[in-house]
Structure formats: structure tokens, C-alpha cells
Unconditional design. Structure first.
Length: 279
């Protein structure tokens, strides 16, 4: 990680960067975020993760062979994202170089962050972890990150939802848990076109929606809501459902698209969870 000099005093380095030959994670972050990043990677280090980070490379340092070598030899590329990181030229260089070398990238969002189209395209194929969504459950956050670093970024699917993988559509939608069932779940969307959400009903005999909640979720309509890709991202629209679709606690008027922003909370009737939209 490369950065320019700031007047702000830097926090104490949490540990010495890993220098061995075993698989390790390369950490990319903005210098301005070190006061948040250092405690996180320090905890991961204490839990056994092997991590290389820049340890505070000084002012005037340019993109170096040392940084490139560390990315080339890492097994995982852990990217801490904030608005400062998204604006950082050096963070962008590291992302592009890691992606060009086919390194698995783990985006860790420290704050809701608007990405430009280039970074968004690069990161769209990687599963991210949203630190700010865990709030008072840091333990679940660390379990999630450690699982991602050691098990190839596999996240647990929500147990109370189902998805027919054979259904032909251009979208991919996942409703995932954050580990603790009492916490919000997350919506991931990729692709173009429209993607409907509804309730499974065995009496109908055919699938009514692209994504179906289990039949036990009675207050979800067979065709409850629809997501659609637009030039500005994604919208959600209620399809005249009986129980309604809600965004940030506000019930949507039926048949009226609502633009989604990073971190928006979406709920379908009272299905038992608020879903955080991550894109």
C-alpha cells in the first residue's frame, strides 16, 4: 500500500508484516483508514491469519517492486474499502495489479462506498464482507472474514430461503446471512433485466418468481417484488403485494420503482429479516 504524507498522527503498528513462505493475505487500504484497519488486521493476526501490510511506507514512496512482489506471492488480496480508498490512486493500482494476476479478492467494506464503474466491474465477481453491517456482533464479522481467507470466500446461504438454480434468467440474486440469524441478511444482485421475488406455492405447480421464499413464509405474495437493472444501478418495485415491500422503513407504493443505494435496508412484508442491499 502506498500513500502520501498526512499531518495526522498514525496509530501504532499492530504487528510485524508476515515475511515467510506460507500462504498469506496482502492487505490493501487507504492511509487515512489505518486507525480502523489496524485493529481489524491485528485481531485477524491474533486469530492466526498470516497477513502482509505496508507497515507505514513513508512519504514519497512510489509503486515499488516490493509491493508488486508481495501481491504476486499472496494467496488472498484483502481490500478495505471506504470513500478514501475508492479515491486512492494507489489502492486502484493494487486492485488492478492483483486482478491482472488472478488473485482472489476479498472486499471488506468499512463504510458505505460508492465505486466507480471500473472498480465495480472488477469487484463484481467477488463476495464482499460489510463490516458496518455487523454493528454489535464483531465475532460474526471475524468468523466471516477468517472463513473467507481460508475457505475460498464461501459464505453461508440463508437457511430460510431457496433458489432454483435451474431457473433460466440473466440475474443472480443471493440472500445471505451474516452468520447470526438475528442479524440482517444481505442482497447481492448481478446481471441485467428483471428479477422477481415471491413465495413458493406447491399448489401452483410452476415457479412463480425468480427467487422464492419457502412455502412457510405465508405473508410473502407469489409475485411480491421485482428488481431491475438501470443505468444508475438497481431498483426494487412492489408488485401490489398484500404485505408490502419496504425500503429503510418506508413502505413502497405499488408499481413504483425505488432506486437502491448501497446499505439500504429492504424487507418483504414481515418475512423475518431486513435485507441490506450490497449490490
Amino acid at each position: 500500500m502506498i500513500f502520501s504524507k498526512k499531518n495526522k498522527a498514525q496509530p501504532e503498528l499492530p504487528f510485524s508484516a508476515y515475511a515467510g513462505t506460507e500462504p498469506y493475505a496482502f492487505v490493501s487500504y487507504a492511509h487515512a483508514d489505518s486507525d480502523v484497519v489496524y485493529p481489524i488486521i491485528g485481531e485477524l493476526h491474533d486469530r492466526g491469519a498470516l497477513i502482509w501490510y505496508d507497515e507505514g511506507i513513508g512519504a514519497g514512496t512510489v509503486w515499488s517492486q516490493s509491493i508488486a512482489d508481495r501481491i504476486l506471492n499472496c494467496s488472498k488480496f484483502m481490500l478495505f474499502l471506504t470513500p478514501d480508498a475508492a479515491r486512492s490512486h494507489h489502492v486502484r493500482q493494487e486492485i488492478n495489479f492483483a486482478n491482472s494476476k488472478n488473485k482472489p479478492i476479498l472486499p471488506v467494506y468499512l463504510k458505505p462506498t460508492k465505486l466507480d464503474s471500473g472498480i465495480e466491474m472488477t469487484l463484481s465477481v467477488f463476495q464482499g464482507v460489510f463490516h458496518y453491517a455487523y454493528k454489535n456482533d464483531e465475532e460474526s464479522f471475524y468468523r466471516q472474514v477468517l472463513d473467507a481467507l481460508t475457505d475460498g470466500f464461501i459464505l453461508e446461504d440463508a437457511e430460510d430461503t431457496m433458489l432454483d438454480e435451474n431457473f433460466a434468467h440473466d440475474f443472480l440474486l443471493r440472500l445471505d446471512t451474516y452468520g447470526d440469524k438475528t442479524l440482517p441478511m444481505v442482497i447481492h444482485l448481478t446481471g441485467t433485466g428483471k428479477f422477481t421475488v415471491g413465495r413458493f406455492d406447491v399448489s401452483v405447480g410452476v415457479q412463480q418468481s425468480s427467487f422464492e421464499f419457502t412455502k412457510e413464509t405465508k405473508n410473502i405474495s407469489r409475485r411480491h417484488a421485482v428488481f431491475e437493472r438501470t443505468e444508475d444501478g438497481y431498483t426494487v418495485m412492489d408488485l401490489e403485494s398484500k404485505a408490502g415491500t419496504w425500503v429503510n422503513g418506508i413502505k413502497l407504493p405499488p408499481n413504483t420503482p425505488q432506486q437502491l443505494n448501497q446499505g439500504d435496508q429492504v424487507s418483504f412484508g414481515n418475512a423475518g429479516a431486513n435485507y441490506i442491499y450490497e449490490g
